[in-house]
Write a protein that binds this ligand. Structure first.
Ligand SMILES: [Zn+2]
Length: 278
C-alpha cells in the first residue's frame, strides 16, 4: 500500500533576500523520501541547517539540488556546499558529483563566485575551480521554454518537474511527487500567481512565496502577495498552503490572515526548522 505521506519537507530558510530578524535565512528546503534527498534552492544561510540536519558525510548522497532562479538568495550557499564537498574531512576531492538542475547561467556565475585569482591572472585564461556539481538545465534544448514548460527529472522514486513562471527571465516553480499521489508544489519566486496553475495538482501542499506581503499587488511587481498565494491555493485545489519568503517588513501572521481571505484551507507561515509530512 502506498505511503500516504511519502515526502518530508524540512524548512532550511524562509526569509526573503534581506530579512533582518534574528535567525533569518533565505530560501532553502530539504525534501526526503526514504533515503532520497532533494534540495529546493540553497540561499544564503541555508547550508548550515542542511549540513546540520543530514550530517556532513551524507552531503554527497544528495540526489538532486533544484535551483528555481538565479537571484542569489536562492543559490549562493552552493559555494558553502562546494567547500564542504571538496574539503570535508571524510570525503576529500573524490567526492562524487552532486546533481544540480538550474536555469542557464548558474555554472558561470558559480565559477565567478569561486574564482580567487587577480584580474591580471584572470586575463590569462578561464578559471577551472573544482566544482563537485553536475549542473544540468531545466531546458530540454537550447530554447527558453514557454510558461509552464520545463523538464521532468526522476530522482529515485520522486518525480521532479519544473514549470517556467514569470519573475526573472528564466524562473521555475517546482513540483515533487511519488506514484502520481498529491505532492509538493514549490512556487519559487513569481510575479503572477496564475502561473502555478500549470504545475500544481489538486491535493498538493503548496509551498508558496508571499514576498509581496499584504500590500496591494500591482502590475510590474516581482513578487506575488499573500492574497495571491491564497488565490493560487484555491484555484489549484491545494490541500494546504505553506507561506514563505517573507520580506523585511512582512509579519507572517498578517500574511496568513491575508491569505485566508482568498483560501479557506489550512494556512501556515513556515519557519526555519519546521518539518511537514506531505
Ligand atoms: Zn527572486
Amino acid at each position: 500500500m502506498a505511503d500516504s505521506h511519502p515526502l518530508t519537507l524540512t524548512v532550511l530558510g524562509s526569509a526573503g533576500a534581506y530579512r533582518t530578524h534574528q535567525g533569518s535565512r533565505a530560501s532553502g528546503y530539504l525534501v526526503e523520501h526514504g533515503s532520497t534527498r532533494l534540495v529546493l534552492d540553497l540561499g544564503h544561510g541555508t547550508y548550515a541547517p542542511l549540513a546540520g540536519h543530514l550530517g556532513i558525510d551524507a552531503l554527497p548522497q544528495i540526489g538532486a539540488i533544484a535551483i528555481s532562479h538565479l537571484h542569489p538568495d536562492h543559490w549562493v550557499d552552493l559555494a558553502a556546499l562546494r567547500h564542504a564537498l571538496v574539503h570535508g574531512n571524510q570525503m576529500g576531492r573524490d567526492a562524487r558529483s552532486v546533481s544540480v538542475i538550474a536555469p542557464s547561467g548558474l555554472s558561470s556565475r558559480l565559477a565567478s563566485l569561486l574564482d580567487d585569482r587577480t584580474p591580471e591572472e584572470q586575463s590569462l585564461g578561464a578559471a577551472e575551480p573544482v566544482q563537485p556539481f553536475g549542473i544540468s538545465l531545466w531546458r530540454s534544448d537550447a530554447t527558453l521554454p514557454p510558461l509552464g514548460g520545463g523538464r521532468v527529472v526522476p530522482v529515485g522514486d520522486v518525480t521532479m518537474r519544473g514549470a517556467r513562471v514569470r519573475h526573472t527571465g528564466e524562473s521555475y516553480a517546482i513540483r515533487l511527487s511519488v506514484d502520481d499521489q498529491p505532492g509538493l508544489t514549490y512556487s519559487g519566486d513569481l510575479s503572477h500567481w496564475e502561473d502555478l496553475a500549470a504545475i500544481a495538482q489538486r491535493g498538493d501542499t503548496l509551498l508558496c512565496e508571499a514576498g509581496g506581503g499584504v500590500a496591494a499587488w500591482r502590475e510590474g511587481d516581482a513578487h506575488i502577495t499573500a492574497y495571491g498565494a491564497g488565490s493560487a491555493a484555491a484555484a489549484t485545489g491545494a490541500r494546504r498552503l505553506l507561506l514563505t519568503h517573507f520580506g523585511a517588513e512582512v509579519d507572517p501572521a498578517d500574511a496568513c490572515r491575508a491569505a485566508a481571505t482568498t483560501f479557506s484551507g489550512e494556512i501556515i507561515a513556515v519557519r526555519e526548522g519546521d518539518r511537514f509530512a506531505i
